[in-house]
Design a protein around this ligand. Sequence first.
Ligand code: ADP
Ligand code: MG
Length: 401
Amino acid sequence: SYNDILSSSADSKSDPYSPEDNINVVVRVRPLCSREEKSNDGSAVDFPGNGQILLTGLSDVPGMKGTKTKVFSYNVVFEPGATQEDVLQYSGITRLIEMAVEGFCATAFCYGQTGSGKTHTLTGPPNLFKGKKVNINSPDHGLIFRSFLYLFRLLQDRSNVHFVLKASFLEIYNEKVIDLLNPGNAKKSLAVRWSKKSQRFFVENLFTVDCEELDDLLAVLEEGMRNRAFGSHSMNDHSSRSHTILTVYITSEQQMENGVYITKQGKINFVDLAGSEMTKKTHSEGKTLEEANNINKSLMVLGYCIASLSDSKKRNGHIPYRDSKLTKLLADSLAGSGVTLMIACISPARSSLTETISTLRYASRAKKIRNKPIIVMDPREALIISLKREVEALQNENNHL
Ligand code: ADP
Ligand code: MG
């Protein structure tokens, strides 16, 4: 039943988000895995309802002396029985997709320690893309593929608008940007530059693929997943250190009643972040200088940005977007013009409690951010529209004289 898989705050069952909440934070708790079950490492997470997560057995956790339990509250919590389709339906991602179609910049990112279910949530288990033809109906498909399906259904309903879709897929590893769709360039790092025209950062020479059909988007996902695994001797080690961003660019052109064409440029980013434990490991010993400086710079800076954005006292202060590749590329989502979904992923295991607390604190901080999304239009069109408005205003004034 609904209650077994999901708990949401009582006052907001039908729509967990108010329209002004442009950062949504949800938590997904994966099931105990067989290794955790075998080692008698039981669950330390409980669900009292109303979007609450109760952590138990804290007295063994360093820094928690004297505390036995702790409660965190969110709009939506996915309990271990939640399915991939539940995450599509109740995370608020469908609203992000709708807004991307309307010309907003939307970002969904998964945060959490290595092994907490980030990649599972976004793309599903690794064997989904191995070998033969992908089964479109598999219940294992993650949020990215389900979002593609949702997007195509949405566009079919709007036959009066002309849409052009493109997609790109990149990885940030050691502060190097690698194109996952252009394996010939696999070892080269692409430059992140500032575009004066569009007033945002972009990746120079990033391969963007035209996607006319659902199959084209699926091919982008498959290809990128394959190239991500390629060439890394330890897949788990590599993926815990790297961030991936799959972006779908949605350009729409629509003729208004007054004859003017409006072009809107929306996009949606799906971000699989490096393991959150990496922030601490950056400071640990046994790393080369380059690794220590680079591996998790992006993750640390993302943390600083979220901390400064969420603190109202610092709201007018400096937000250090420019300090890492990841935050440069996500700046338009975090800076106040976009809509963002953060999926905090946690393991229920007692042995993960320290990391789980750290992830839930991060999620609670992100919940405090307030954005004001704006539609991204082609600058020329925006100018025409504002000039037309001025002309109309002048005409009105004349009429009143
Ligand atoms: P991360 O990307 O955060 O490092 P993964 O997504 O690779 O973690 O998940 C770690 C392991 O747990 C994988 O074997 C994955 O298949 C499994 N897993 C994660 N979330 C779930 C879930 N909701 N249901 C079933 N298995 C899951
Ligand atoms: Mg992963």
